[in-house]
Design a binder for this molecule. Structure first.
Ligand code: ATP
Length: 309
């Protein structure tokens, strides 16, 4: 292994008793990229991430994180890694600024506290006690705590769970900002839109194996046709529409799948315009990362549906 990428995993294995949770998993995360690790509940994400963080021992395979085997990572190595766990760790009686100051003392070269507060979007809450923060604000503090040591690599475990839509967008800005700072981000999330928005590359894990890996756009490019949806005009039979095949009706709309969306749409819209027909609820949809994900993991377990919700 070269040790040059931020993370290198080769043939990783981990069992709990007779149950093999991770089965020969290999992947590379380059420095400076946001990498999203996706998969249904129980797929092996936490097991993998905890091995990368040095909290869990593996049974087989090679792992390098910032060039070091996490099982032998010392204090200096740990100082280069920031971790945002699902459960926050901050004490409630201290203020946001005091908490960050306390944590900064653990690191050899911490990021200035004021800068960390801005980065986490907590300027207005800096002097508030942690116990008084809302759930979303606490999560931002968790991000601040992961960044205060000025790490090269940040693990974010479901960083926006429970956020309102505005707070999610704000968190996305913070995460995208980490890339601008040259950090590597390893993001675990059940939100497919989050991965599509933020990730340079994603990997989908299922039953302990990677089933697909690549840039979100590349993954959706290979998937089926573009969808065209519209309410079928009243008084016009589906077989009268000027489209290559008779559309299906889905949720009250006609649905076409086409590999030639431009010409199909041009013909359809030209036909409607000539007759003065407005095609209600007209929509053209490219397959999303969520579509690809559902195709790959659907039917696994109830969690697959939950993951995409
Ligand atoms: P989620 O999305 O629900 O967090 P995950 O992808 O992180 O799931 P893991 O927590 O890695 O999944 O678990 C993978 C499998 O290993 C699951 O079947 C789980 O029950 C099992 N497992 C995890 N930790 C242990 C443990 N300490 N002892 C026994 N089995 C475990």
């Amino acid at each position: 292994m070269s040790g040059d990428p931020a993370i290198e995993i080769d043939g990783l294995r981990k069992s709990y008793g007779a149950f093999e949770a991770v089965r020969g998993l290999s992947l590379i995360v380059e420095r400076g990229e946001i990498f999203a690790f996706l998969g249904p509940n129980g797929a092996g994400k936490t097991t993998t991430v905890e091995i990368l963080e040095g909290f869990r021992k593996r049974d087989g395979g090679d792992v390098r994180v910032l060039g070091v085997d996490p099982e032998h990572g010392g204090r200096a190595w740990r100082g280069r890694i920031g971790i945002v766990l699902q459960e926050g760790r901050a004490q409630s009686e201290l203020t946001v600024r005091e908490t960050l100051t306390l944590w900064a003392a653990y690191y050899p070269k911490p990021r200035p506290i004021a800068e960390t507060i801005v980065l986490a979007g907590l300027e207005e809450k800096a002097e508030d006690r942690v116990g008084r923060l809302s759930g979303g604000q606490r999560r931002r503090l968790d991000v601040g705590l992961a960044l205060v040591g000025d790490p090269d690599l940040v693990f974010l475990d479901e960083p926006t769970t429970g956020f309102d839509p505005v707070a999610r967008r704000a968190a996305w800005k913070v995460i995208a900002g980490l890339r601008d700072l040259g950090k590597t981000v390893f993001l675990t999330t059940h939100y497919l839109d989050e991965a599509q928005e933020l990730a340079d590359r994603v990997a989908i894990i299922r039953a302990g194996c990677i089933v697909v890996e690549g840039a979100p756009d590349a993954l959706t490019a290979g998937s089926p046709d573009t969808e065209i949806l519209f309410v079928a005009p009243p008084g016009v039979g589906l077989d009268e529409l000027p489209v290559p095949e008779i559309p299906q009706i889905v949720d009250g709309r006609a649905r076409l799948q086409t590999g030639t969306p431009t010409s199909t749409l041009a013909t359809l819209c030209g036909w409607a315009a000539e007759r003065g027909i407005e095609l209600e609820r007209l929509e053209v949809r490219r397959p999303s990362l969520e579509d690809v994900y559902l195709e790959l993991v659907d039917g696994d377990e109830p969690a697959a549906t939950e993951a995409a919700s």
